[in-house]
Structure formats: structure tokens, C-alpha cells
Design a binder for this molecule. Structure first.
Ligand SMILES: CC(C)CCOP(=O)(O)OP(=O)(O)O
Ligand SMILES: [Mg+2]
Ligand SMILES: [Mg+2]
Ligand SMILES: [Mg+2]
Length: 147
């Protein structure tokens, strides 16, 4: 009997946003299956026809209620991993942006996907970080503008 393995899922494109406030970055603990219980940036799947900037603004608004500005492309990474037995291939486009209103607090608009958003000092990040983000830090990546 041939074990007919289902074909692996097609690679997806995700857009993750380094939302910067001073030397702090916005992170939330993920509750959805991919990266469960790891701290991740706000972001999500690129939808049809969106620019990276449009996706960044939409996902941050959907997830935190925050408006962003000065959105710019930083880098992209290719991530193939399995999580809870599920094979995942995500091409991760990383953007940076700043909140349009520095006094506006983020809201947790998707409590089933995220445990809550908070500002973390870049030099004192929570652990564990979401895989693709952890790998970037290990390579010494910094999202901050080099003045
Ligand atoms: C991991 C990420 C960069 C791509 C998928 O993000 P996500 O699971 O948060 O997706 P959604 O926000 O679109 O539900
Ligand atoms: Mg989302
Ligand atoms: Mg989405
Ligand atoms: Mg998301």
C-alpha cells in the first residue's frame, strides 16, 4: 500500500513589522499554531495585489489598532520549519515603521491569535522569540536606523 503523503503546502509570503518607539519594539506572544507561545512582531500574510507597505499597515491596524507611518522595507528571509508536526514554508518580508501617534497604546484585537502586545527594550527582549525573528537576531540584525 503506497503511503500517499499529502503534497507539502506551497510557500506563503508573510509581512512582519518592526514597530519602533525609541529603542523599543512591539512584540506579542503568538497563540496561533505557527509559532505558538513565541514572541513575534505584528504582521501577517500578504493578500492579493497588496504592496508590502499596504500589508504592513493593514496587519498592524487589524492586530493592534495602531496606525503606522514611515514604513520602509528592511530585509527578507526564507523560513522552512515544522511546527507541531505541520510543515511550514514562509518567506518573511520585514518592514520597519513608527506609530503615527506615539501616545496611542496598542490593543489586542485578535485575542485568539495573540496573548497581548507590549513594548520591549531591544536590549532586553522576551524569550522565546518567533523562529524567523530569533534567527535574524543571531545574525546580528538590527531594525534601527543607523544615524
Ligand atoms: C509569520 C508571519 C510573518 C506570517 C504569517 O503571520 P500570521 O500567522 O500572523 O498571519 P495573519 O496575521 O495573516 O493571520
Ligand atoms: Mg493578522
Ligand atoms: Mg492576515
Ligand atoms: Mg499576524
Amino acid at each position: 500500500v503506497s503511503s500517499s503523503q499529502p503534497p507539502p503546502p506551497k510557500p506563503k509570503v508573510g509581512v512582519a513589522v518592526f514597530l519602533l518607539k525609541g529603542n523599543k519594539v512591539l512584540l506579542g506572544r503568538r497563540l496561533s499554531s505557527v509559532g505558538r507561545n513565541t514572541f513575534a512582531l505584528p504582521g501577517g500574510h500578504l493578500e492579493f495585489g497588496e504592496s508590502f507597505e499596504e500589508c504592513a499597515a493593514r496587519e498592524v491596524k487589524e492586530e493592534t489598532g495602531l496606525e503606522i507611518e514611515k514604513t520602509e522595507y528592511l530585509t527578507v528571509t526564507n523560513n522552512v520549519f515544522s511546527q507541531e508536526g505541520k510543515a511550514t514554508h514562509i518567506v518573511c518580508v520585514f518592514m520597519r515603521a513608527v506609530p503615527a501617534d506615539l501616545n496611542q497604546q496598542p490593543q489586542n484585537l485578535e485575542p485568539e491569535k495573540c496573548d497581548g502586545w507590549d513594548w520591549y527594550d531591544w536590549d532586553d527582549l522576551p524569550k522565546p522569540l518567533f523562529g524567523p525573528l530569533e534567527i535574524m537576531l543571531q545574525h546580528g540584525f538590527s531594525p534601527f536606523p543607523t544615524t
